[in-house]
Design a protein around this ligand. Structure first.
Ligand code: PAF
Length: 282
């Protein structure tokens, strides 16, 4: 596996592949890799001739008081995992390599970025959209892979690619879960042994909400509120739990068919997010 720390080295490697007519897949990450990331890499390998993974803990997507400093940086273990997964190139830039001093351009995907997680993490999705756009310009991949656990992030990236005519095909992979149902996340490492026992309740609660809607219950705030109370009683501090449309992430109406229930909840130091997509047969 080649490792590039600079844009020049990255471009040189990618240029050689392009000239040889090879298809390039890209998996952007912030490191501390788990089975969910490796699944993205495996799918990328199936779809392309060469796979580039980036590891960059992006400061612009962390708000004041969030965990940028504490975010787990596990470079050596990550390199081993990527080597074992037969990644062709790891792009590992510094903050200075990624952001020129005085950079003034921010990509903001309107509306989508202010809902759900965006409401409690102002600026977060602008940071994500901007860095993903920059990474796309740097790597110039044919396809890029993102996990469905970050459903809102995925929707924002799809919208950005569409709106700005970015020639990158976006693919998504299903959330990888622990046997308890807990969605894998780099932030699960913050959970105490006690909280690890409680954490799977987030997914179970989403399943309960889905089942209630599937069994014909009216989609309304009562279902959402009951689920939030149940999470809070279990020890979570729930940020939101919303039933919405898959297409635009707006509040679901009774006639909607393709639905998404998504939630964010704090458990100790860890802010967990998860979601389930489902469709009503009408
Ligand atoms: O999902 C992530 O790990 C990050 O938000 C991403 C897409 C790598 C951008 O920093």
């Amino acid at each position: 596996m080649q490792v590039a720390n600079t844009l020049v080295d990255l471009r040189n490697a990618v240029k050689t592949w392009r000239l040889a007519g090879e298809r390039i897949a890209f998996v952007p990450t912030m490191g501390n890799l788990h089975a969910g990331h490796i699944k993205l890499v495996e799918e990328a390998k199936q779809a392309a001739d060469k796979v580039v993974v980036s590891i960059f803990v992006n400061p612009t997507q962390f708000g004041v008081g969030e965990d940028f400093e504490a975010y787990p940086r596990t470079e050596d273990a990550d390199k081993q995992k990527l080597q074992a997964a037969k990644v062709d190139l790891l792009f590992l830039p510094s903050v200075a390599e990624m952001y020129a001093e005085g950079a003034k351009t921010v990509i903001s995907v309107k509306t989508l970025s202010t809902l759900h997680c965006g409401a409690s993490r102002p600026g977060h999705f602008d940071g994500v959209a901007t860095v993903v756009n920059k990474l796309f310009n740097m790597v110039q991949p044919d396809l890029a892979f993102f996990g469905q656990k970050d459903y809102q992030q995925l929707a924002i990236i799809r919208a950005m690619v569409n709106d700005l005519n970015i020639p990158v095909e976006i693919r998504s992979t299903e959330t990888v879960r622990e046997s308890s149902g807990l969605a894998m996340s780099s932030r699960n490492g913050y959970l105490s042994p006690e909280h690890i026992q409680i954490a799977p309740k987030l997914y179970r609660t989403l399943c309960t909400v889905r089942d209630e809607v599937l069994s014909g219950n009216k989609i309304d705030e009562k279902i959402e509120k009951a689920a939030i109370t149940s999470l809070n009683n279990a020890g979570f501090q729930t940020d939101y739990l919303n039933i919405c449309r898959q297409t635009d992430l707006q509040k679901a109406e009774q006639q909607d068919v393709d639905l998404l229930v998504l939630a964010a909840a704090k458990l100790g130091r860890s802010r967990l997010i998860d979601n389930i997509c489902f469709s009503l047969a009408r």
